[in-house]
Design a protein around this ligand. Structure first.
Ligand code: DGL
Length: 266
């Protein structure tokens, strides 16, 4: 049995990176739907259809648990996935709760896709955990595309980020929640713009621990790669040519063998 992880593209690698910290030897299948990225402006039904196809594929590869490493897909499809399939799904939580809890200024920023910010998940979190906090939510139009193309630093990235982050800072935000799994790839530029007084909240480490807990609670037998073998525990699939995914994954771990990357049309 393996852990399935999927995203509209390379962004979910920011979650995968945290999962391999807590489960370094676990067998993982990562799926990037880069040919259909971005999901942010797609209809809910389109995203549900993709999520079903990807889930069928991951189950065919032995997935016994699936991490939906995409805020947009979580908002659109996690309920449908849980209704249709028996296996556990872990979704991305907009980390509004910790940000609101720790904010001293009483203002937090949330940067996410349109799909996430329009979703019930986000509105419910704000209502539940941040009703007494000023939430400055911005759609990060164009950011996913930059990360998909491997452009994660430089003036163009900073100029675009400033469009979304400056209004948060102007209103006094002391926490900025990254509500899209692509955005941690822009962390250096985000930190530079926000300055040292602002905490950037990435929910990925919490999602990795949640994955570990759900595996334990359900007593799932996730295969582990033995120390002695030279096998690499994660296999990667992408609906786009493999180079893009390989480049971004190699930024996290340059040791991944090229043969672990596969192109697939589903
Ligand atoms: N990584 C996805 C997310 O977390 C990106 C969404 C998109 O494809 O627009 O929302």
């Amino acid at each position: 049995m393996c852990i399935g992880v999927f995203d509209s593209g390379v962004g979910g690698l920011s979650v995968w990176k945290e999962i391999i910290k807590v489960l370094p030897k676990a067998s993982i299948t990562y799926f990037s739907d880069s040919a259909n990225c971005p999901y942010g402006n797609k209809s809910q039904q389109q995203i549900i259809d993709r999520a079903y196809r990807i889930t069928d594929f991951l189950i065919s590869k032995g997935a016994g648990i699936i991490v939906v490493a995409c805020n947009t897909a979580t908002a659109a499809a996690i309920r449908a996935l849980r209704e249709k399939y028996q296996i556990p799904f872990i979704g991305m939580e907009p980390a509004v709760k910790p940000a609101a809890l720790h904010s001293k200024s009483g203002t937090i920023g949330v940067l996410a896709t349109r799909g996430t910010l329009n979703g019930n998940h986000f509105h419910a979190s704000v209502e539940r955990f941040a009703s007494d906090v000023n939430v400055v939510a911005k759609v990060g139009e164009g950011l996913v595309e930059l990360v998909e193309s491997g452009e994660t630093s430089g003036q163009k990235v900073k100029d675009l980020l400033k469009v979304y982050i400056d209004p948060m800072l102007e209103q006094g935000a002391d926490h900025i929640v990254l509500g899209c799994t692509h955005y941690p790839f822009l962390l250096d530029s985000i930190k530079e713009i926000a300055g040292s007084g602002v905490v950037i909240v990435d929910p990925a480490p919490a999602i990795a621990f949640r994955t570990l807990n759900v595996i334990n609670e359900n007593n799932l037998k996730i295969s582990e790669i033995k120390e002695a073998t030279s096998e690499y525990p994660t296999t990667f699939y992408t609906t786009a040519p493999v180079e893009k995914l390989m480049m971004m994954a190699h930024r996290i771990d340059p040791q991944i063998p090229e043969s672990n990357f596969n192109n697939i049309e589903i």
